[in-house]
Write a protein that binds this ligand. Sequence first.
Ligand code: 4AD
Ligand code: MG
Length: 437
Amino acid sequence: MKQSIPPIVTIAEIANHQDQEIRIAGWLFNLRSKGKIHFLQLRDGTGRIQGVAVEGECDPSSFQTIGDLKMEASVLVTGRVRKDERAPSGYELTVSGLTVVQNPEEDYPIAKKEHGIDFLLENRHLWLRSSLPGALLRIRHQAITSLRNFFNSRGFILIDTPILTGAIGESAGTLFEVPYFDMGNAYLAQTGQLYLEAACMAFGKVFNFGPTFRAEKSKTRRHLTEFWMLEAEVAYLDNPGNLQLQEDMICALVEDILSRCQEELKTLGRDVGKLKKVTPPFPRLDYGEAIHWLQQQGHDIEWGSDLGAEDETAVSNRYEKPVFVVNYPKKAKAFYMKENPDNPETVLCADLLASEGYGEIIGGSQREDDHDKLLARIHEEKLPEEAYTWYLQLRRFGSVPHSGFGIGLERTVTWLSGTHHIREAIPFPRTLSRLYP
Ligand code: 4AD
Ligand code: MG
């Protein structure tokens, strides 16, 4: 009688196969051998499990093969699933056979020993297999899923805004230029906001979620040149309503991460107690008060300038929750923000600073809906008026109060996961000095 081949099962669902003969399709990430026993550390992308091969019990040629395996050999392992309280996954595999898919001829570059960050980034294509990047990128995946769910459940329509744009978004200094046939240069989008403003007049509540490009020469732990941003834009929404929407979104996101990424947070050593404090309401701090407080703390900052990274860190460290800094000076912010009727030197806007010193993760505002004021701001900022013809038309055909914001995915994931540097919160980071791999 022909023996049936055991089914391939993922490590994530191994608990459903206790005492059954199964196969795992994966990679060997560590091997320890003691006399007549091989201990195989296996991973398959969904989890990790130890396989135990005992001479005499395991198929003899497989047992021989295991001894010659190099790290990261790809293997099909047959065995019986055994419950084991001491195992991190709760299960062990009693190995009966093994087929090699590919056995490396050289040593795997990433060893157990500590590597410097430059080495790890240079080997990002392999480093992805390690447990810390794995946990971080799973949290990123959950954050994307949760954010999409939040907007879908509230009736927002996804509007994909263009990546190649003809006009500049907010400021000319941070644009990547791309030659565009015989039309001169196109620019990689630094925001999709202006397009979302058009779309919210058509659909009411809209969002986008895609890559964003900034040619900023900032070499900080908060800056990438390519990052993912979710932007939302809502017609008939004022500034307080905009802040409420952001608060709801962040609370829903944190709740999801806490409940769905427990393993990952544990792997990363995240202090979840701090995340559990992220509950409504978030404090709202007036920009002027923030400046006054910063000056008292000895920060070299004047009313009128945007908060620097150190200022943001200091302000956010005052609170256990994220804090909205509201009503920045007009001259520190983009031309489209609505003038504050109570103080025309300021605008109806807010930055959300994440807790624990992580700084700005959201920028948003109510938008200037008055045609003439908007045009005046475009002139003041010396922006090319003709590029904004369509945008200005939105103020001539049924202009309404409207507001929106943009949340940076990687800054948010860096905060949620308690990671120091933003470059680890994206699969293949693009920075001032990195385009490889
Ligand atoms: O504050 P920003 O520049 O706002 C806008 O682009 C608006 N048009 C958004 C809107 O209102 N629709 O960027 C929004 C967020 C920041 O708060 C930050 O989280 C992230 O995008 N961000 C960056 N993330 C990584 N690297 C960079 N260089 C970033 N620049 C901004
Ligand atoms: Mg900003």
